[in-house]
Design a protein. Structure first.
Length: 409
């Protein structure tokens, strides 16, 4: 075996230029696959993080509220539920939200908006909304203060301390109306929220819209932003059923199916691109090995003529392929880890495209996320395609006749 290894290693460097070019093709393909897979993973993490910042990992609602949010579809026992599920493992922050659609008017303009009642202290722990205040402050304790989006403030010509009149339909069907003043103006980067959302203290919204203690959503995050919200969902649903509560826990993926589908679509598109790349690499490697074998036909004929078995000859050729492939993959993995680790630390700035990303609540600098899957999945397929592409020229040797081979000059 040592002799075959020595021969295989020596044969690799009989044509250094060709071997180096093949190594570069294999290594660069590994670098590209590792970096792109890690970049996609980082993008998905940021997309999910943005979604969770808005919806939370888990929401408890009455069934059907998400599809058709009517003010009467409420949770009547929110405090009891929050106290009960807080004892479950993996439960992190919990907050309540109530919502109502209403007409708001300033001194000059009117608009239809979504009014969201929040618990200021717990909402600040779960939602990035308080961090996006550009003017004024987050809630200070005044029950009649509101926080509005930048686009809505511009449309209604609002400033800090401007008055807003809100008119809507209460829980009991009566008219809900009140006067508020603007405490803060936020700019989340999400156009829909900046244009249509007004946040008020939960107790105030419950009073104005005659909700009593009712809410529409109980929003929950797992401890340390759990990577398995489905398991937490199952625990909460089991608790709700055991205590006879007619409500359902949903994950962010249930509440935002479009995001989940867009991630799946992006993964499918990436797979197609990677397969095309691997096919190109396979043809390149196959051509390299075919040229190497055609140049050595006479040598193979001599080896067969002096008694070298075909099995031993094929073993030597497969060992050459293995050495070249593994060396290229190890170099590629090393470079891929270094490149990805660098950008994972400093991030990638998209320049002018950052403004478009901000519109969807995405950070303007993305960080690839390297893990075991993104590290090994690409090189594994490169190794597979390398062996597949090298198989054809290698197995041509099986049908080689010694006399005919030695006639090749």
């Amino acid at each position: 075996m040592d002799t075959i290894f020595q021969l295989a290693w020596r044969n690799l460097w009989r044509s250094p230029r060709r071997s180096v070019l093949t190594l570069m093709a294999i290594a660069l393909s590994c670098v590209f696959l590792i970096f792109m897979a890690s970049f996609q993973n980082g993008t998905y993490v940021e997309m999910i993080k943005t979604a969770v910042g808005t919806t939370g990992e888990i929401q408890i609602q009455i069934e059907g509220y998400h599809e058709n949010p009517e003010i009467r579809k409420t949770i009547a026992s929110a405090n009891a539920i929050k106290a009960g599920i807080s004892n479950l493992s993996e439960i992190g922050e919990i907050t309540s939200r109530a919502e109502a659609f209403a007409l708001v008017s300033s001194d000059t303009q009117s608009a239809g908006v979504l009014i969201q009642g929040v618990e200021p202290e717990t909402e600040a722990l779960m939602s990035p909304l308080d961090d996006t205040i550009k003017e004024g402050t987050w809630f200070t304790g005044d029950p009649n203060e509101v926080v509005v989006g930048r686009a809505l403030a511009n449309n209604l010509e609002l400033k800090i301390e401007s008055e807003l009149v809100i008119i809507g339909q209460g829980y009991d069907g009566s008219v809900a109306a009140s006067v508020f003043h603007v405490a803060g103006i936020f700019e989340s980067g999400v156009q829909e929220a900046d244009r249509n959302l007004i946040a008020v203290p939960l107790s105030t919204l419950q009073e104005v819209f005659f909700l009593g203690d009712r809410v529409h959503r109980i929003v929950i995050n797992g401890q340390n932003n759990s990577n398995n919200p489905e398991q937490l969902q199952q625990q909460i649903n089991h608790w709700l059923q055991a205590h006879g509560e007619p409500y359902v826990a949903y994950t962010w993926a249930d509440l935002m199916p479009g995001l989940r589908q867009s991630i799946k679509l992006d993964k499918s598109s990436a797979v197609i691109m990677y397969v095309i790349l691997l096919i190109i690499i396979a043809f390149s490697i196959s051509n390299t090995f075919l040229m190497a074998i055609l140049e050595r036909i006479y040598e193979f004929g001599v080896l067969l003529a002096i008694g070298t078995s075909r099995t031993r000859l094929l073993a030597m050729l497969f060992l050459e392929t293995s050495l070249l492939a593994m060396l290229g993959i190890f170099i590629g993995m090393g470079l891929g880890i270094a490149l990805t680790a660098y950008y994972q630390n400093v991030g990638i700035d998209f320049g002018e495209a950052s403004a478009m990303m901000a519109e969807y609540g995405m950070p303007t600098r993305l960080h690839p996320r390297l893990n075991l899957v993104t590290l090994f999945i690409g090189p594994a397929f490169v190794l597979l395609f390398t062996f597949i592409s090298a198989s054809y020229p290698i197995f041509k040797v099986r049908k080689l006749h010694p006399v005919q081979a030695m006639r090749v000059s």
